[in-house]
Design a protein around this ligand. Sequence first.
Ligand SMILES: Nc1ncnc2c1ncn2[C@@H]1O[C@H](COP(=O)(O)OP(=O)(O)O)[C@@H](O)[C@H]1O
Ligand SMILES: [Mg+2]
Length: 409
Amino acid sequence: MERGRSKGPQHRTVTALADALALEEDAREQLVELARDGRLRDHWTRRAGLCELPRLVDDFTGRAAELAWVSELVYADSAPGAGVVGLITGSGGMGKTTLAIRVAHVLRPNFPGGVFFLDLYGMSSNPATAADALRLVLRALGVADEQIPPDVAERASVYRSLLRDRRALVVLDNAGSEEQVRPLLPGEGASQVLITARRLLAGLEGVRRLGLEPLSLPEAMQLLTGILGQRAATDEESALNQLAGLCEGMPLALRIIGNRLVSRPGWQAAKLAARLVDEEHRLDQFRAGDLKIATAFWMSYDQLADAARRVFRRLAVVPGRDYDAALAAVVGEVPVEVAWDALDELVDLGLLLDGDAGRYRFHDLVRLFARTRLVEEESPAEREALAARVAAWRAADGHDDSVVARTGL
Ligand SMILES: Nc1ncnc2c1ncn2[C@@H]1O[C@H](COP(=O)(O)OP(=O)(O)O)[C@@H](O)[C@H]1O
Ligand SMILES: [Mg+2]
């Protein structure tokens, strides 16, 4: 029922358990309360480490040549006076972040000075500024808040001096522009930086580049059958092959299609493949590269219950980078238990990522898809009311920003 991703029992797991145990109403409520308490305690007391490396996917597949490339990078002699910088580029959903996390885990022993991971949100409407990123990484490097200089150039200088004296790896995920990352590049010394970006960042000099390509068909099949686990045996191999082919080696599409099959045991791979072909014709508003992925999203969106769909598409207007069940309940106009179930289901389907402390977030392509659904499915008046609700919620929660300005809705 659960696949080891959420940090507490899912609400629907607990209610299913209560049903199975045929608990009386009182005992049932108690169980649900206890389970929720457990989750909340976990959410509120787990302080996320600064710049911690995210968890590794447990079914990492392929990418042997790319892993070798990064290993070589680590052992490469840097140009005199400069650390080594690697840049992984590729379209959204190609697996850049996953690869960077994987190599950082594998190479951790080579970096006794620490491994630091920063998401720069370069493709979002609200990218991290270099100054904010520097403050975060300086804190992770042990600098006290009051010792962090106000000025970007000074922060960068403290950062470079700290990196010079140790051997650390800094992963800068989702870089949006050259200006954003330049102050975060190391100076001389043995520390290294690995950047991922959708754009080529052609203006960065002295960087070693790796363009990430789609997975090969055998790798795609391996990933898909891995996600399907035992149920792969019940589908015809030719249908799985067709599905893998339709995803064109895009890991995100494979992940979402795989999760979709797992979550609906009644669906045959062949039937899903046929629908995928049909849906592609409908989704031509997406650019060619994103089409596979949009189609995969559609397949999952389509099967959601109304409340989960509503929560999903409406979360696209939330200006922050992540959100919790309480805010999901506000946007979806549902009780928080329902929001919780919806979020659990969305995570199961790969449409949302669950982060630390009970917070959830979109992959940026998924957010784009959710926004398209919102614009198509809800009237301007509904969207305005939604934006007002979110703004009111965030204002009450201590945020000060204009939803309308940031989301363009
Ligand atoms: N090599 C891989 N093995 C297994 N799953 C992968 C691999 N690469 C990517 N994925 C899956 O595809 C999804 C999208 O990958 P991600 O790294 O987020 O792409 P990008 O950063 O290029 O947008 C991830 O959530 C992960 O589940
Ligand atoms: Mg990424």
